[in-house]
Design a protein around this ligand. Structure first.
Ligand code: ZN
Length: 397
C-alpha cells in the first residue's frame, strides 16, 4: 500500500518545530522532510519542485482551468517528542481499545470518538512519541493524489500548485509564504481531523500587552503616595467583563484570556489574547480595555501605563463570502464520495486564514487523523484513503 508507506516514511522523519530559536525554519531538521518531498515531487513529474531558503517547498503541475493550491505543513507539535516515531498498524479495530505499549492504552472509554471506527484499520504511536499525522497525513494525501495523476496521465485535471510549509505549530506557517511562488486561484490546507469538515470560520485574534508603572516609596511613608502596580492591575482586571474567559466561553463565543503576568509593586507587565468570531465583538473588547485604562489613569494620575494591541489573524469567513468557489468545490467532491460536508468553527487560527487575508482563499479539509499533538494521536486508514479520493476529485476536471 503505497500511500500508507508514504505516510509512515514521512512520520518517521523528526520535524518538530521550536518556538524559542527565532529562526525560519525554527529547526533545521524540518528541511530533511522538505528535501525528501522535493525529490519525490520530481519523481511524480513536478519537475519545478524546489525548497526555498526558509525550507518551504513549492511545486506545480500543469493542467487546465483553475489553478488549485494544496498545502500541508512539515513540522510537528511541541507538546510531545517527534524523535523515533514508530507507527503501529492495527487492522480491524474492535471499537474498544488498542494497546500502545505496556503502560498506555488507547481506549474508547477515554476517547469516545474511537467507537465510530469499529472495523477500521488504525495507525497509532507506540506510546512514546506523537504520530505526526498532523500534518504528515495531509502531506501524504497530497502526494498520493499527485501520484494518481502521474500514473493516470489520461485523466484531465486542473492546474495544481503545491506548497509544504514549515513552523505551522508555532504560528509562523504563513510568515514567509509567497503567493507568487504558490501561484494559485484558491487553495486548501489539508490539516484537519474529520473528512466531512470544510472549515472556513476561525477566530479574529488580537494580542494585548500593557506595562503599568506604579509609584514606589518606602511603605512606611506611603500614605497618599505609594501606588502599587499589582493592585492597579487588580483594579484593571475587575473592569474586564465577567464570565467571558475561555473557561466560560461556548462553542461560538470568543473570550479574553490573560496569558501572563510578571512584576512587582513597582512595575507590572501583563499580556492578554483576545478572540472573537465576530469582528465587532473583538473591537468592543479593545474599547473596554482602552476605557478601563483611561479610568485608571484618571483615578491615579501619578501612574504610567503603556500598552500595545496588535492583530494576530482574522476570520477567514469574510474572504470566503467574497469567493465561495473553493468551499463549493470541496463540498461537491465530498458529496461525490458519499460524505455530507459540515463546516465547524475553528476555535483558533489556521495558516489558511492568513493565506486568505493575503489574497489566497484557503479553507481547511480533514485528514482522517485525531487526538493531534500527543501520544494518543491516531490515523484512520479508511478515512485517510477517502481523503485521497476527495482531493483527486477536487483536482479532476
Ligand atoms: Zn496541523
Amino acid at each position: 500500500m503505497e500511500h500508507i508507506e508514504r505516510f509512515i516514511r514521512y512520520a518517521k522523519i523528526d520535524t518538530q518545530s521550536n518556538d524559542k530559536t527565532g529562526t525560519t525554519p525554527s529547526t533545521e531538521k524540518q528541511k530533511n522532510l522538505s528535501r525528501l518531498l522535493v525529490n519525490e515531487l520530481k519523481e511524480l513529474g513536478l519537475e519545478d519542485a524546489y525548497m526555498d531558503e526558509y525550507g518551504i517547498v513549492y511545486a506545480h503541475k500543469k493542467g487546465e482551468g483553475d489553478k488549485i493550491g494544496l498545502n500541508a505543513h512539515v513540522d510537528t507539535a511541541l507538546e510531545v517528542t517527534d524523535t523515533n516515531v514508530n507507527p503501529q498498524i492495527h487492522k480491524n479495530f474492535d471499537g474498544v481499545s488498542v494497546k500502545l505499549n505496556d503502560k498506555l492504552v488507547l481506549s474508547s472509554e477515554q476517547f469516545p470518538i474511537l467507537k465510530n471506527f469499529k472495523g477500521c484499520d488504525l495507525i497509532t504511536t507506540d506510546g512514546n512519541t506523537l504520530l505526526g499525522a498532523d500534518d504528515k497525513a495531509g502531506i501524504a494525501i497530497i502526494m498520493s493524489a499527485l501520484a494518481y495523476f502521474h500514473t493516470h496521465p489520461e485523466v484531465k485535471h486542473h492546474n495544481i500548485s503545491v506548497s509544504f510549509t514549515v513552523d505551522e505549530e508555532i504560528g509562523e506557517g504563513a510568515k514567509h509564504f509567497s503567493l507568487e511562488k504558490m501561484d494559485a486561484d484558491y487553495a486548501f490546507t489539508i490539516d484537519g481531523a474529520h473528512p466531512s469538515n470544510v472549515d472556513f470560520e476561525n477566530f479574529n485574534a488580537k494580542h494585548f500587552e500593557m506595562d503599568i508603572d506604579g509609584v514606589s516609596v518606602h511603605p512606611g511613608e506611603g500614605k497618599g503616595r505609594l501606588i502599587n502596580a499589582v493592585l492597579m492591575l487588580n483594579e484593571f482586571l475587575n473592569m474586564m467583563p465577567k464570565n467571558d474567559t475561555p473557561y466560560e466561553a461556548n462553542e461560538d463565543e470568543g473570550f479574553w484570556h490573560l496569558t501572563g503576568v510578571n512584576g512587582s509593586s513597582d512595575k507590572v507587565h501583563v499580556e492578554f489574547i483576545l478572540r472573537d468570531f465576530c469582528k465587532e465583538k473583538l473591537l468592543k473588547r479593545v474599547e473596554i480595555i482602552e476605557n478601563s485604562i483611561q479610568t485608571l489613569l484618571k483615578k491615579y494620575p501619578a501612574i504610567k501605563i503603556k500598552y500595545d494591541i496588535v492583530d494576530q489573524y482574522e476570520n477567514m469567513r469574510q474572504y470566503v463570502d467574497k469567493n465561495p468557489k473553493p468551499v463549493e468545490v470541496a463540498k461537491a467532491a465530498l458529496r461525490k464520495n458519499g460524505i455530507e460536508p459540515v463546516s465547524s468553527k475553528i476555535r483558533g487560527g489556521t495558516d489558511g486564514a492568513t493565506f486568505s487575508k493575503m489574497g489566497l482563499v484557503t479553507p481547511n479539509l480533514g485528514t482522517g487523523s485525531y487526538n493531534h499533538h500527543g501520544r494518543y494521536e491516531f490515523l484512520v486508514i479508511q478515512e485517510f484513503e477517502k481523503m485521497i479520493q476527495v482531493v483527486i476529485d477536487i483536482l479532476k476536471i
